[in-house]
Design a protein around this ligand. Structure first.
Ligand code: C2E
Ligand code: MG
Ligand code: MG
Length: 498
């Protein structure tokens, strides 16, 4: 007699038409000497529910309830299979919040968690049901856009996501954060694609998006990997650059149109690379920011500029560029204060140039740092005004001493009446707010005359002088410029001097 048959699962339908999963367990017993089959039905509803929950937990991230990395890997594999079998292309979007660590550090982990949850919801809202969204860990998400025809569909999705993810988040207690995200996009559509190559391609594109200044997306292209490698090499070389004394400051004069003299200089960093020669700051500052090395480099710039001012310049002011990464560093204000103290020159002779993207990222914090800097006594300039977001609102909200109008506007002013109108508006508003207006990138006399006429306070550009090594400090104002200053009908102070 076989005592037991293996249990089977089946569904029974009850009177109200509800189907119920059950297990049927059957035993054969001897009943009055006859082998008899006895079956019991076990209601499996509870167990099924518990199993589903366990499966869900194994596949989802508890914070956002999004699928986790395991599901992501399986889905990406499936997308690759779909391409091999049916030629259906897909895209992988890797999404990374910008400077998420700052949010955690500044506002605490509960706020960080909230940002992650809101981001997850925004991703859900913006994807189609056939797409897979997953949280890969930390502030990193992935979206597999399945069955699309063209790369520009993926680009379009990435573009919309970047916009959506940068909308402000109300975090309670009056905290309003403006997050942003960078996205790297790679297509699934080559016979040689594997999960590893597709992930690595999107990763390269993501790295590139971060280097493009974040809050943007980038579509992977062949050869992009080489660029990224070059960049990583540059980061390596940066490590030794300070110790080995490879940096140097150049100084570019700024002409005060009122006094007709050079009252200030901007310090501009140069890197004498042992193999590559002179590397432009535009090429290595982003890499230094990405790797955090901008912090020691920035300190070196401030100390060196102050030492030069103390040593070579009896009264002129010095302007130093400050990266947003450096500005947000917790020790920044104290470092500046100490550097000034060590140099022995008055704080008011140092001006820090910041850019507006620093204000957009966190208004309240930026304002508090600026206020502390003003308390130290340094001047603050808003650099590159006119590029990027350029809100006139910043001008009244932040305590700037100077507004530097970007070269792109200035060089355009002669031909483009729109640019000129904007320059004139900024000058009027700046003057009303007691800020000085400096125009950058003046290369010719016509532009100089235009700016004199529009009431600009200071100008900087190749026409007045190119950035030069320390040894060239104190160069003369070109005679053509002097003539233009006279010709315009001298301003009050110049008139006194004549
Ligand atoms: P910026 O602060 O807007 O500096 C002005 C840039 O325009 C300089 O380029 C300068 O050489 C160039 N320039 C000045 N006048 C003219 C002109 O008349 N015509 C043209 N075509 N260009 C002109 P540079 O020195 O290559 O610096 C580029 C940027 O790198 C700077 O832009 C600044 O944002 C950044 N940078 C430079 N030094 C430092 C530094 O020490 N720290 C940080 N964080 N950034 C720096
Ligand atoms: Mg500058
Ligand atoms: Mg500038």
């Amino acid at each position: 007699v076989k005592a037991e048959l293996s249990p089977r699962e089946l569904e029974v339908v009850n009177r109200s038409g509800e189907s119920i999963p059950v297990e049927i367990r059957t035993r054969v017993i001897s009943y009055r000497g006859t082998p008899t089959r006895v079956s019991a039905l076990v209601d499996l509803r509870q167990r099924k529910k518990a199993e589903a929950q366990i499966l869900h937990l194994a596949q989802h991230d508890p914070l956002t309830d999004l699928p986790n990395r395991a599901v992501f890997n399986a889905e990406l594999n499936r997308a690759i299979e779909q391409f091999r079998k049916k030629g259906k292309t897909a895209a992988l979007l890797l999404i990374d919040l910008d400077r998420f660590k700052d949010i955690n550090d500044l506002h605490g982990h509960p706020t960080g968690d909230q940002v992650i949850r809101v981001t997850a919801q925004r991703l859900r809202d913006h994807s189609r049901s056939q797409d897979t969204i997953a949280r890969l860990g930390g502030d990193e998400f992935a979206l597999i856009q399945s069955d699309i025809q063209f790369a520009n569909q993926a680009a379009d999705m990435a573009h919309r996501l970047v916009q959506r993810l940068s909308e402000p988040i109300e975090c309670g207690n009056g905290i309003r954060l403006r997050p942003s995200a960078s996205i790297g996009v790679a297509m699934v559509g080559h016979s040689s694609d594997t999960t590893d190559t597709v992930v690595s391609n999107s990763d390269i594109a993501l790295y590139n998006a971060k280097n493009m200044g974040r809050n943007t997306y980038c579509l992977f292209q062949e050869g992009m990997g080489d660029l990224v490698r070059q960049r990583r090499d540059l980061e390596e070389d940066l490590h030794s650059a300070i110790e080995e004394g490879q940096f140097e400051l150049f100084y570019q004069p700024r002409l005060d149109l009122n006094s007709g003299s050079i009252d200030s200089y901007e310090a501009l960093i140069r890197w004498n690379h042992p193999r590559k020669g002179l590397v432009s700051p535009a090429d290595f500052i982003p890499a230094a920011e990405e790797s955090g090395q901008i912090i020691p480099i920035g300190k070196w710039v401030i100390q060196t500029a102050l030492a030069t001012a103390a040593d070579k310049l009896p009264s002129a002011r010095l302007s130093v560029n400050v990266s947003p990464v450096q500005f947000r560093d917790n020790d920044f204000v104290e470092d500046v204060r100490r550097a000034i103290e060590a140099s022995g020159i008055p704080a008011s002779r140092l001006e820090l140039e910041i850019t507006e993207n620093l204000l957009i990222e966190d208004d309240a914090r930026a304002l508090s740092i600026l206020t502390s800097l003003k308390a130290v006594g340094v001047k603050i300039a808003l650099d590159d005004f006119g590029v990027g977001y350029s809100s006139l609102g910043y001008l009244s909200r932040f305590p700037f001493d100077t507004i530097k109008i970007d070269r792109s506007f200035v060089s355009d002013a002669g031909q483009n009446s729109n640019s000129l109108a904007i320059i004139e508006t900024v000058i009027r508003l700046g003057n009303a707010l007691n800020m000085r207006i400096a125009a950058e990138g003046i290369e010719d006399l016509d532009t100089l005359k235009l700016l004199i006429k529009s009431g600009c306070n200071e100008i900087q550009g190749f026409l007045i002088g190119k950035p030069q090594p320390e040894s060239a400090l104190g160069a003369e104002i070109p005679t053509s410029v002097k003539a233009a200053l006279k010709e315009k009908g001298p301003p009050a102070m110049l008139e006194d001097a004549l």
